[in-house]
Design a protein around this ligand. Structure first.
Ligand code: SF4
Ligand code: SF4
Length: 138
Protein backbone atom coordinates (compact mmCIF):
# COMPACT_ATOMS: atom_id res chain seq x y z
CA UNK A 1 0.00 0.00 0.00
CA UNK A 2 1.26 3.49 -0.88
CA UNK A 3 2.23 5.70 2.03
CA UNK A 4 -0.28 8.66 1.86
CA UNK A 5 2.44 11.06 3.09
CA UNK A 6 4.41 10.26 -0.08
CA UNK A 7 1.48 11.12 -2.38
CA UNK A 8 2.20 14.23 -4.46
CA UNK A 9 0.18 17.28 -3.42
CA UNK A 10 -1.74 18.56 -6.48
CA UNK A 11 -1.15 22.19 -7.46
CA UNK A 12 -3.95 24.54 -6.30
CA UNK A 13 -5.25 25.06 -9.86
CA UNK A 14 -5.23 21.40 -10.82
CA UNK A 15 -8.33 19.67 -12.21
CA UNK A 16 -9.14 17.27 -9.40
CA UNK A 17 -12.91 17.66 -9.38
CA UNK A 18 -15.63 20.26 -9.95
CA UNK A 19 -17.06 22.44 -7.21
CA UNK A 20 -20.43 24.19 -7.21
CA UNK A 21 -21.11 27.62 -5.71
CA UNK A 22 -24.86 27.24 -5.32
CA UNK A 23 -25.45 30.90 -4.52
CA UNK A 24 -24.43 31.79 -8.08
CA UNK A 25 -26.33 29.01 -9.87
CA UNK A 26 -29.55 30.12 -11.57
CA UNK A 27 -30.51 26.61 -12.80
CA UNK A 28 -30.13 27.89 -16.36
CA UNK A 29 -29.15 24.36 -17.51
CA UNK A 30 -26.44 25.65 -19.86
CA UNK A 31 -23.75 23.44 -18.31
CA UNK A 32 -25.96 20.35 -18.51
CA UNK A 33 -26.84 21.04 -22.14
CA UNK A 34 -23.24 21.64 -23.21
CA UNK A 35 -21.69 18.72 -21.33
CA UNK A 36 -20.62 16.26 -24.05
CA UNK A 37 -21.11 13.31 -21.69
CA UNK A 38 -24.50 14.31 -20.30
CA UNK A 39 -23.18 13.71 -16.82
CA UNK A 40 -24.74 16.76 -15.14
CA UNK A 41 -28.25 16.41 -13.74
CA UNK A 42 -30.21 19.45 -12.64
CA UNK A 43 -33.72 19.65 -11.25
CA UNK A 44 -35.40 22.91 -10.36
CA UNK A 45 -38.79 24.48 -9.93
CA UNK A 46 -40.07 27.99 -10.33
CA UNK A 47 -41.36 30.20 -7.57
CA UNK A 48 -43.23 33.47 -7.85
CA UNK A 49 -41.53 36.64 -6.68
CA UNK A 50 -44.12 39.29 -5.74
CA UNK A 51 -43.88 42.71 -7.31
CA UNK A 52 -41.56 44.99 -5.38
CA UNK A 53 -43.60 48.11 -6.04
CA UNK A 54 -47.27 48.91 -6.48
CA UNK A 55 -46.94 49.24 -10.24
CA UNK A 56 -44.37 46.47 -10.63
CA UNK A 57 -45.00 43.01 -11.98
CA UNK A 58 -44.64 39.69 -10.22
CA UNK A 59 -41.75 37.60 -11.55
CA UNK A 60 -40.67 33.99 -11.39
CA UNK A 61 -37.30 32.57 -10.48
CA UNK A 62 -35.81 29.10 -10.53
CA UNK A 63 -35.05 27.29 -7.31
CA UNK A 64 -32.48 24.50 -7.46
CA UNK A 65 -33.74 21.11 -6.28
CA UNK A 66 -30.91 18.88 -7.44
CA UNK A 67 -27.46 19.37 -8.96
CA UNK A 68 -25.31 16.30 -9.47
CA UNK A 69 -22.23 15.41 -11.50
CA UNK A 70 -21.47 11.80 -12.38
CA UNK A 71 -17.68 11.66 -12.10
CA UNK A 72 -17.84 8.14 -13.50
CA UNK A 73 -18.79 9.66 -16.86
CA UNK A 74 -17.01 13.02 -16.63
CA UNK A 75 -13.95 13.41 -18.85
CA UNK A 76 -12.62 16.56 -17.16
CA UNK A 77 -12.99 18.65 -20.33
CA UNK A 78 -14.00 21.76 -18.38
CA UNK A 79 -16.73 22.82 -20.82
CA UNK A 80 -19.30 23.15 -18.02
CA UNK A 81 -17.01 25.53 -16.13
CA UNK A 82 -16.26 27.56 -19.26
CA UNK A 83 -19.89 27.97 -20.34
CA UNK A 84 -21.41 28.80 -16.94
CA UNK A 85 -22.40 32.46 -17.32
CA UNK A 86 -22.69 33.00 -13.56
CA UNK A 87 -19.36 31.72 -12.19
CA UNK A 88 -21.01 28.88 -10.31
CA UNK A 89 -18.60 26.08 -11.25
CA UNK A 90 -14.88 25.86 -10.45
CA UNK A 91 -12.05 23.39 -10.71
CA UNK A 92 -11.17 22.02 -7.31
CA UNK A 93 -7.82 20.37 -6.62
CA UNK A 94 -9.60 17.79 -4.42
CA UNK A 95 -9.38 14.41 -6.12
CA UNK A 96 -12.52 12.33 -6.59
CA UNK A 97 -12.26 9.32 -4.28
CA UNK A 98 -12.27 5.98 -6.03
CA UNK A 99 -15.32 3.76 -5.56
CA UNK A 100 -16.12 0.12 -6.20
CA UNK A 101 -19.69 0.98 -7.23
CA UNK A 102 -20.06 3.52 -10.10
CA UNK A 103 -23.14 4.94 -8.36
CA UNK A 104 -20.85 6.21 -5.61
CA UNK A 105 -19.08 8.41 -8.19
CA UNK A 106 -22.18 10.58 -8.51
CA UNK A 107 -21.55 13.74 -6.47
CA UNK A 108 -24.66 15.56 -5.28
CA UNK A 109 -24.90 19.30 -4.58
CA UNK A 110 -23.78 19.03 -0.94
CA UNK A 111 -20.57 17.22 -1.94
CA UNK A 112 -19.98 19.62 -4.84
CA UNK A 113 -20.41 22.49 -2.38
CA UNK A 114 -17.89 21.02 0.05
CA UNK A 115 -15.34 20.83 -2.77
CA UNK A 116 -15.28 24.65 -2.77
CA UNK A 117 -13.07 24.51 0.31
CA UNK A 118 -10.05 23.70 -1.86
CA UNK A 119 -10.75 26.19 -4.66
CA UNK A 120 -8.36 29.15 -4.75
CA UNK A 121 -10.35 32.38 -4.41
CA UNK A 122 -11.02 33.75 -7.92
CA UNK A 123 -11.39 37.32 -9.05
CA UNK A 124 -15.01 38.34 -9.51
CA UNK A 125 -15.54 38.57 -13.28
CA UNK A 126 -19.01 40.09 -13.33
CA UNK A 127 -20.22 42.86 -11.04
CA UNK A 128 -23.55 41.03 -10.53
CA UNK A 129 -21.98 37.75 -9.43
CA UNK A 130 -21.88 36.89 -5.75
CA UNK A 131 -18.19 36.87 -4.83
CA UNK A 132 -16.92 33.61 -3.38
CA UNK A 133 -15.65 34.51 0.05
CA UNK A 134 -14.43 32.43 2.95
CA UNK A 135 -17.90 32.93 4.47
CA UNK A 136 -19.80 31.59 1.44
CA UNK A 137 -17.73 28.40 1.44
CA UNK A 138 -18.99 27.37 4.88
S1 SF4 B 1 -15.89 18.55 -17.19
FE1 SF4 B 1 -16.81 18.08 -19.24
S2 SF4 B 1 -17.56 16.00 -19.06
FE2 SF4 B 1 -17.18 16.71 -16.96
S3 SF4 B 1 -19.15 17.51 -16.25
FE3 SF4 B 1 -18.03 19.24 -17.15
S4 SF4 B 1 -18.67 19.34 -19.30
FE4 SF4 B 1 -19.27 17.32 -18.51
S1 SF4 C 1 -24.45 26.93 -16.25
FE1 SF4 C 1 -23.93 27.69 -14.21
S2 SF4 C 1 -25.75 28.83 -13.54
FE2 SF4 C 1 -26.38 27.54 -15.27
S3 SF4 C 1 -27.14 25.64 -14.28
FE3 SF4 C 1 -24.97 25.31 -14.77
S4 SF4 C 1 -23.88 25.88 -12.86
FE4 SF4 C 1 -25.95 26.74 -12.73
Amino acid sequence: MTDPSRQPVPPPRSRGSIALLEANCTSCMLCARECPDWCIEIDSHTEAVPAGTERGRARQHHVLDRFAIDFGLCMWCGICIEVCPFDALFWSPELVPSAADPVDLIAERDVLGELLAGVPLPEVLHPGAVPMTEQSRS
